[in-house]
Design a protein around this ligand. Structure first.
Ligand code: GLC
Length: 545
């Protein structure tokens, strides 16, 4: 078996590191991160020990939604780089043994996409408009939206174009939804997947994978009738036909050696997730259950039990996510009382309630170590290896997330986890680049900068490096066995004599038998303190004489 073929299951147990390109590293000083910047940071990724990078959109975009409004899916935004620089990034990553996953945004294009412009120019009833979801408006002159649906970012889900037609956008008005019943739309996406797969991309992250197939037969139901109706009955979320699209994609992925991988972003009830993760479809699906759970022993254990079962049923592997570019960073979530309203907290500029920053970081490290001990693949988000909390006090004038405007100030949005990374304690934009930064960085970034943590025992950066190095020694397997533990403690073993214990409770607990190979905090004598995870390896029996 060739080495390439032997590697076809890499995604099952990979540590995948998400890069939000505009906020990672800026090589030319324009304040926007770019591909050469990322390439220059491959040594950081290699030293961290990740198996793959997932790159959020780097395609040409007006940034109405941070790049998830794509003008052209087979090009690079000139502010971010060129195709040659993309190839260079692929080469550098591969030389370092790191795979690359790119983001595909198939539910919508941007309103600057060539086909959308053509649709606008061609007018009502034209074939060009059929690639999107245009409907006549209600009222005498089409002045009313075709239905009362609201967009996910707030406001109506229909936008008028001035000639009596309206188009559907489940997200921002700059993100018109594709009509997936149209053969051009299907063919064009196959072309896009092939384009990147041919350039050496190893896998794809599929944005809002559950929304592509839509039933828009008249009469359109009201928003109230659609609320919470899932299990395949919703007019545009998680319809069964969506999987026909992914079966076609899978055929394409499997033409490659090793087959290209895919992971679905599908916000669906857990029991529906298995369909996306099927080997006949995308192969893997994100599980956001831990990200939505509090730092709580019972919740963590339940989520793991359920998801290991779902993954088995799907013949896939589990995924674990604590942070990404859409949510408040986990070091901040765990710094707040359980159940705190995160939108309200952001609106208070991170002051109300006052975060327990130290406790948040302690719990974040414990949760990360817990996740990294599990079977399946772990998705890390840039900056969590520095223990970064959310930048919760961004001024309103700096906010870019469409959520802020569309919700009319009711939600501050997701910019606080997208602030460009602090690489150095000194220098312009904390080493992000030679110029400024497209979102303002707080002065406390100096304290958490990568160079302040590099080589410092006990720093979060060194802890992540150690955790990833130790994880590589874990036998690859989907097996996990729970060990009975006191309330507030979760303990399990993995093949090869590994034990993981997390103390979620307030009091120290006894250290199990074995040699400690990793601790998210500090073992004190024979005790594991509160908010701490330890990994232990069975002591080798002394050689018999
Ligand atoms: C996904 C992305 C998010 C984006 C949305 C619309 O949820 O993760 O960032 O805003 O899709 O494309």
């Amino acid at each position: 078996m060739s080495e390439r073929t032997a590697d076809r299951d890499w995604w099952r147990h990979a540590v995948v590191y998400q890069i939000y390109p505009r906020s990672y590293a800026d090589s030319d000083g324009d304040g926007i991160g770019d591909l050469p910047g990322i390439t220059s940071r491959v040594p950081h990724l290699a030293r961290l020990g990740v198996d793959a990078v997932w790159l959020s959109p780097f395609y040409p975009s007006a940034l109405a939604d941070g790049g998830y409004d794509v003008d052209d899916h087979r090009a690079v935004d000139p502010r971010i780089g060129t195709l040659e620089q993309f190839d260079e990034l692929v080469r550098t990553l591969h030389e370092a043994g790191i795979k690359l996953v790119v983001d595909i945004v198939p539910n919508h294009s941007s309103n600057r996409h060539a086909w959308f412009r053509q649709a606008l120019a061609a007018g009502p009833g034209s074939p060009e408009r059929e690639r999107y979801v245009f409907r006549r408006g209600g009222g005498a002159d089409g002045e009313l939206p075709p239905s009362d649906w609201t967009a996910i970012f707030g406001g109506p889900a229909w936008e008028p174009v001035g000639d009596g037609d309206w188009y559907l956008h489940l997200f921002a008005p700059e993100q018109p939804d594709w009509n997936w019943d149209h053969p051009d739309v299907r063919a064009d996406h196959l072309r896009t997947l092939r384009f990147w797969a041919d350039r050496g991309v190893d896998g794809f992250r599929i944005d809002v994978a559950m929304a592509l197939a839509k039933d828009l037969t008249e009469p359109l139901p009201s928003a109230a009738d659609l609320a919470d109706v899932l299990d395949g009955d919703h007019r545009f979320f998680d319809r069964d036909e969506v999987h026909d699209i992914y079966v076609e994609w899978r055929r394409l992925f499997d033409e490659y050696d090793p087959p290209r991988t895919a992971v679905a972003e599908a916000w669906v009830p857990a029991h529906r997730r298995t369909r996306y993760a099927s080997p006949l479809g995308l192969g893997q699906a994100f599980n956001f259950d831990l990200l939505q759970a509090g730092f709580d022993a019972a919740a963590f254990r339940r989520v793991v039990t359920d998801n290991l079962r779902f993954a088995r049923e799907a013949d896939s592997s589990s995924t674990w996510v604590l942070s990404n570019h859409d949510v408040v960073r986990h070091a901040s979530r765990y710094a707040l009382p359980a159940g705190a309203d995160l939108d309200a907290w952001l609106l208070s500029d991170g002051k109300d309630p006052e975060p327990d920053t130290g406790g948040g970081l302690r719990r974040a490290r414990a949760a990360t170590a817990f996740v990294l001990a599990l079977p399946g693949s772990a998705y890390l988000y840039q900056g969590e290896e520095l223990g970064l909390p959310e930048v919760a006090d961004l001024p309103a004038a700096a906010l870019q997330d469409p959520t802020w405007l569309r919700s009319q100030g009711a939600q501050k949005g997701r910019d606080g986890c997208r602030v460009p990374l602090p690489w150095t304690a000194a220098g312009p934009s904390f080493g992000f680049g030679p110029g400024g930064s497209h979102l303002p960085q707080p002065s406390w970034f100096a304290d958490v900068a990568a160079d302040r943590q590099d080589g410092v025992p006990g720093s979060t950066l060194e802890f992540y490096r150690e955790a990833l190095a130790q994880r590589r020694r874990l036998p690859v397997s989907e097996e996990l066995t729970w060990v009975p533990a006191p309330e507030g403690v979760v303990q399990f073993t993995r093949p090869g004599g590994w034990t993981c214990l997390t103390n979620f409770g307030p009091d120290p607990v006894e250290l199990p038998a074995g040699r400690v190979v990793l601790c998210s905090g500090q073992v004190r004598g024979n005790l594991v303190p509160a908010d701490t995870t330890v990994w232990l390896e069975a002591e080798q029996a002394p050689p018999s004489r």
